[in-house]
Each structure stands twice: as structure tokens, then as C-alpha cells.
Design a protein around this ligand. Structure first.
Ligand SMILES: Cc1cc2nc3c(=O)[nH]c(=O)nc-3n(C[C@H](O)[C@H](O)[C@H](O)COP(=O)(O)OP(=O)(O)OC[C@H]3O[C@@H](n4cnc5c(N)ncnc54)[C@H](O)[C@@H]3O)c2cc1C
Length: 304
């Protein structure tokens, strides 16, 4: 993460200025507010604003006149009940606004989540910084031989060095051309290309930034998909930091999310039958399970 001293001073100043409020606050989230958490080589995630806490979820569920809290233990039970039974609207009463700096190819995956409000840095208006994602050596993986959408063993030695050189050289050359196209030169009669056009030769590992606001229910949906081991590493690392932030913000809701969503598995009716038959001592094979070969492979991966 490369924040300038001025940007760091702005964040410190924001954290130093406090205002009394009648609104619900979360002590864990107050500790996170504005602070930049580094991700990848130049990326970051930070919370800009938030609304609500665990009690606000219960307040909405009970449509209460006061804080909604009866006792902390009652709240925990209610939140777990809501999560368990997919009673999702009380979670939508909490909102969070993030500032995220991320490579463009990660942003393309991220933007598929349509239930957020987004405002992105304008490369029509401003000149992009010379910042490109170059994977750390341990993230430089070969194509997976078993999963078309995944990565396999880590590249090493001369191959790894060559790939890193190519990535760096291409990024720098593209940025040099970007700068050159943008720059007017009166002596040479050169006007300089518009920013909105000059950007088109930049590679997808250049960094962009956005403000991203979402409610807690939809954030949990995003985190369930993107903190999962099947998500690409470069988006997963953002999701993992956001999980830590949410855990501090709404610890009871996060605990229920971890239990009923992140760590849970969904079981088809056929798989449920096979599990029952196994518990009754029966030996079940793919042929007698009623499942396809693919379903059976995934079932065995999960349940042995
Ligand atoms: C591991 C992984 C691999 C992927 N691979 C591919 C791929 O190869 N190609 C590809 O194109 N995408 C791919 N995706 C993206 C994926 O298909 C979804 O677009 C993305 O995960 C966003 O999910 P979502 O639509 O549920 O989320 P959101 O857009 O946040 O929506 C949340 C929920 O709101 C509802 N909703 C939102 N908008 C609408 C709407 N207009 N109509 C009806 N319901 C709506 C749905 O219930 C939805 O689940 C992949 C995602 C993952 C996690």
C-alpha cells in the first residue's frame, strides 16, 4: 500500500476529530474507521462510514421503540435465529461504506455484485497513477490441471523470473506510452490525447479505486462467495480483511454468519438420503446413491 504522508495525515486528522452522537455506534468499528488496511502490493480497504450494530438488527426485527436490546444473550439467540431461517431484512438495516483500491481485473469480478452503490475514480477526469499489481512470488501459480478456473503449483526459478519480468516490462511500457500520449508538446505541434482515450492501452493489473456502499445482508452474500477457497486469491484477500472488519463491527451477526453460511454446507435431498442410509449402517455407492458421477465426487470430497 503506498499512501503519501499527506494522505496518512488526512486519515489521522479524521480519526482525531470526534463528535458526540445520539446514533448507535459499534466500539469495534470505531476502532477501524478510516484506517487503511493494506491488501496485495498497492491495494487497500478502509471503512469510511457505517450505520447500525448488532442491537440495530434486533431493533429492526422487533420493530422496537427503544434500542431493541433485551439482554445480550437474547440478542445473540435472535440473531442466530434470523440467520438460520434466512430472515434477512433485519440485516439490511446495517450499512457500511468502504474505500477500496484494487487492480482492474479484480474490480471486474467485484462489480458483478449488483446490490452495492459504487463510485469509481474517474480516469476520464484524472491521470491514473503508475501502480500495477505484480504478484508476490508465492502467488505466481501455474494453470491448474484439474480445475479450468483455478491455479496449480507455484512457478519457480527461471520461469518465475521471466514471468515477473514480462509483467513489469509490459506495465511500464504501457504506462510510458500512456504518459506520452497524454502529454502536449507545443514545439512539436502535439495536442496530447484525451485522458478518456489514452487509458485504453493500460493493462488490467493497473490499480483503480472506488467507494463501495452495501447493506450487511448483501455484504454477507459477497463475503460468502469471495472469502471462499474457490474465489480467486486476489479478490479473496480483500474479502478476508473485510471479514475481520465485519467481525469487529457486528460480532454476534458475524458469529452467526460464520456458523450458518461460511462454515456451513448445503445438502441436496439425495445427499441427505445417502447420509441417513450411511448412519443406518448401509454401504452406499455412486450407482446406488441416485447421484451423478460429478455429484458423487463432490459428496465424497465433503463427507468422505
Ligand atoms: C467462484 C466464482 C466463479 C465465477 N465465475 C464466473 C464466470 O466464469 N463468468 C461469469 O460471468 N461470472 C462468474 N462469476 C460471477 C457470478 O456468476 C455472479 O455474477 C457473482 O458472484 C455475483 O453474484 P450475485 O449475482 O448473487 O450477487 P449480487 O449481484 O450482489 O446479487 C445478490 C442477489 O440479489 C439478487 N439479484 C441481484 N440482481 C438481480 C437481478 N437483476 N435479478 C434477479 N435477482 C437479482 C440475486 O438473488 C442475487 O443472488 C463467478 C463467481 C464466483 C464466486
Amino acid at each position: 500500500m503506498s499512501l503519501t504522508p499527506e494522505q496518512l495525515a488526512e486519515i489521522d486528522a479524521q480519526r482525531a476529530a470526534t463528535t458526540p452522537t445520539l446514533r448507535a455506534t459499534s466500539a469495534g468499528m470505531e476502532g477501524r474507521l478510516y484506517t487503511a488496511h493494506p491488501v496485495l502490493d498497492h491495494g487497500l480497504v478502509r471503512v469510511i462510514d457505517y450505520m447500525g450494530d448488532d442491537a440495530a438488527i434486533c431493533q429492526a426485527a422487533r420493530v422496537s421503540y427503544g434500542k431493541g436490546t433485551k439482554a445480550v444473550s437474547d440478542d445473540r439467540g435472535l440473531i442466530r435465529y434470523l440467520m438460520r431461517h434466512w430472515h434477512s431484512t433485519p440485516f439490511e438495516m446495517c450499512e457500511v461504506k468502504f474505500h477500496v483500491k484494487l487492480p482492474v481485473f479484480v474490480a471486474r469480478q467485484w462489480i458483478r455484485h449488483r446490490t452495492a452503490n459504487v463510485n469509481e475514480y474517474s480516469a476520464r477526469y484524472s491521470i491514473l497513477d503508475r501502480e500495477f499489481y505484480i504478484p508476490a512470488p508465492e502467488a505466481l501459480a501455474a494453470q491448474s490441471t484439474v480445475n479450468n478456473q483455478g491455479r496449480g503449483q507455484v512457478l519457480e526459478g527461471a520461469e518465475a523470473a521471466r514471468v515477473l519480468d514480462v509483467l513489469r516490462e509490459d506495465a511500464m511500457r504501457a504506462y510510458d506510452h500512456y504518459e506520452d500520449m497524454l502529454t502536449p508538446d507545443e514545439d512539436a505541434g502535439k495536442l496530447g490525447l484525451a485522458r478518456e482515450l489514452a487509458r485504453m492501452n493500460l493493462p488490467a493489473n493497473i490499480y483503480t479505486q472506488w467507494y463501495w456502499k452495501i447493506d450487511l445482508h448483501n455484504l454477507f452474500h459477497f463475503l460468502r462467495l469471495r472469502a471462499d477457497v474457490h474465489a480467486q486469491y486476489e479478490i479473496r484477500v480483500y474479502a478476508q480483511i473485510m471479514c475481520d472488519i465485519v467481525k469487529d463491527w457486528v460480532p454476534q451477526a458475524y458469529e452467526a454468519f460464520e456458523d450458518y453460511r461460511l462454515g456451513a454446507v448445503s445438502v441436496s435431498s439425495k445427499a441427505k438420503e445417502v447420509l441417513k442410509r450411511r448412519l443406518a449402517g448401509e454401504t452406499v455407492t455412486q450407482e446406488t446413491s441416485g447421484m451423478s458421477k460429478g455429484e458423487w465426487r463432490e459428496f465424497v470430497e465433503e463427507w468422505g
